[in-house]
Design a protein. Structure first.
Length: 376
C-alpha cells in the first residue's frame, strides 16, 4: 500500500485563544494589512470590530458582504478589496462560508482572474496566495485545516469544491467559546457534517492510516456530544468536544476526500435550500448500508471500532441521531415531482460520487431519492 500524508496547518486549540490572532500574525511578520472575512452576525454584534481593535492595527479591513454558500461573484468582490487596499493577509472568522470565501479570495486576489475560471472547470488554481489565519465559529466544516473551498455559481446553478494546496491556512485557531452563540439547528447541521466527513473519509477510495485514525477518533464524539450541544448550548464540555471532533474530522477527510453523501448534498442544497450538513446527513445512513461490505470488511471494522455491533447498527444510530437533534430524515414535505427526482439523480453525478467504495448507479440513486421523497 502506497500513501502520503501532509498537514501544513498549525493548530491552536482551546478556550479564549481567539485573543491570540494578533500574536499569530506578528509571529508571521504580519503587523499590518490584514483583512477580516467575517459573517454578518459578527459584523452586526460588534465581534468583528473588537477583533480589529484587538489586533493593534494589524487588521484594517472587514469584508462581510457574502451569503451562505458564497457565490463566485462575492469571492471576486473580496479579491478586488484585497487588490485595492494592497492587503497582505486574511483572517477568516466564521463557519464554512467564511472559510470558503477567504481561501479563494486570498489566492485569486494575486491574479487578475475571476474565481469562476477555476470553479468546476478543471483549471488548476495558481499556488501563490496570501497567508490565512482561520478561526472557525462552528463545530462543523473542518475547513480550517483543509485545502478545499466550496463555492456556488448561482448564475449557472452550480455548487462545487475547488481544491488547491494554496487554500491551506497557515494557522487555525479553534476557540470553543466562539460556538456558544450558534443556534441549535445550525449546531445540529454542522455537527452532522462532522460525522459525514469522518465516515466518508474512512471509506473513501483514498483512505490511508493516519486519516483513518482521525476518523475513528472523531465519529464517536459526534454521537455522544452533538445531542448535548444542541440541547444545552452553553455546555462547555459538549462544545469543546464537538470542536475537537470537527477539527479532527477535517484531518480525516482533507486528503482522502468525501464521497457519496457529499456528492448528493450539492443538489439538495442548490435546488432545495437544505443546509449543507443536514443534506449530507440525509443520505449518510443510506450509503452506510450500501457500503457496509465494501473494502474487504473495512467499513464493518470501522463500525465496530466506534462502538457498534455492525454497520447496520451504526446506520440505525445515524438515523436516531438525526431525529434526536431535529434534522430531516426525508423529503416528503417538498412534494417532489418525478422530474425533480430525476434532477437530483442527474446532478448527484458529482466527482465525489466516484470516490465512493461501491459504484453508485443511477438506479441506486433513483431508489434512494424515491424512498426519501416518500419519507417524513
Amino acid at each position: 500500500m502506497l500513501w502520503d500524508y501532509q498537514q501544513p496547518v498549525a493548530i491552536r486549540f482551546g478556550n479564549g485563544r481567539v485573543r491570540e490572532i494578533k500574536d499569530v500574525a506578528a509571529e508571521m511578520g504580519l503587523t499590518e494589512g490584514g483583512l477580516l472575512v467575517s459573517e454578518h452576525l459578527f459584523a452586526k454584534n460588534g465581534t468583528a470590530e473588537r477583533i480589529v481593535k484587538d489586533s493593534d492595527g494589524a487588521i484594517s479591513e472587514i469584508f462581510s458582504d457574502f451569503s451562505p454558500n458564497p457565490d463566485v461573484t462575492e469571492v471576486d468582490k473580496a479579491a478586488a478589496l484585497i487588490r485595492e487596499k494592497h492587503l497582505k493577509f486574511v483572517v477568516a472568522m466564521g463557519g464554512g462560508s467564511a472559510m470558503d470565501l477567504a481561501k479563494s479570495a486570498a489566492s485569486i486576489a494575486l491574479t487578475n482572474d475571476s474565481i469562476a475560471e477555476y470553479h468546476g472547470t478543471g483549471k488548476a488554481m495558481p499556488q501563490e496566495h496570501l497567508p490565512i489565519i482561520a478561526v472557525p465559529t462552528t463545530a462543523g466544516t473542518g475547513s480550517e485545516v483543509t485545502c478545499v473551498s466550496v463555492l456556488t455559481n448561482r448564475a449557472l446553478g452550480k455548487k462545487a469544491p475547488i481544491v488547491s494546496d494554496g487554500f491551506f491556512p497557515s494557522v487555525a485557531i479553534i476557540d470553543p467559546e466562539l460556538t456558544y452563540s450558534v443556534p441549535p439547528h445550525v449546531t445540529a447541521s454542522t455537527g452532522m457534517d462532522v460525522l459525514s466527513q469522518a465516515i466518508e473519509g474512512y471509506w473513501s477510495k483514498g483512505h490511508q492510516p493516519i486519516c483513518d485514525a482521525c476518523a475513528i477518533h472523531a465519529a464517536p464524539l459526534v454521537f455522544k456530544y452533538l445531542p448535548i450541544a444542541v440541547a444545552e448550548p452553553n455546555n462547555a464540555e459538549a462544545r469543546q468536544k464537538m470542536c475537537e471532533a470537527s477539527v479532527i474530522a477535517g484531518l480525516a477527510f482533507t486528503l482522502p476526500k468525501t464521497t457519496s453523501s457529499h456528492a448528493c448534498s450539492f443538489p439538495l442544497t442548490n435546488l432545495h435550500g437544505i443546509p449543507h450538513g443536514e443534506a449530507c446527513g440525509l443520505t449518510l445512513d443510506w450509503f452506510a448500508r450500501i457500503n457496509k461490505d465494501a473494502q474487504h470488511g473495512r467499513v464493518q471494522e470501522f463500525a465496530r471500532a466506534i462502538g457498534f455491533e455492525d454497520v447496520d447498527a451504526m446506520a440505525d444510530a445515524i438515523h436516531e441521531l438525526k431525529v434526536k437533534v431535529g434534522l430531516r430524515t426525508g423529503l416528503k414535505d417538498l412534494n417532489l415531482s418525478a422530474e425533480q427526482i430525476a434532477d437530483l439523480v442527474r446532478i448527484s453525478r458529482h466527482p465525489n460520487l466516484y470516490n465512493n467504495p461501491v459504484e453508485i448507479t443511477d438506479e441506486m440513486l433513483q431508489d434512494m431519492y424515491e424512498h426519501l421523497a416518500a419519507t417524513d
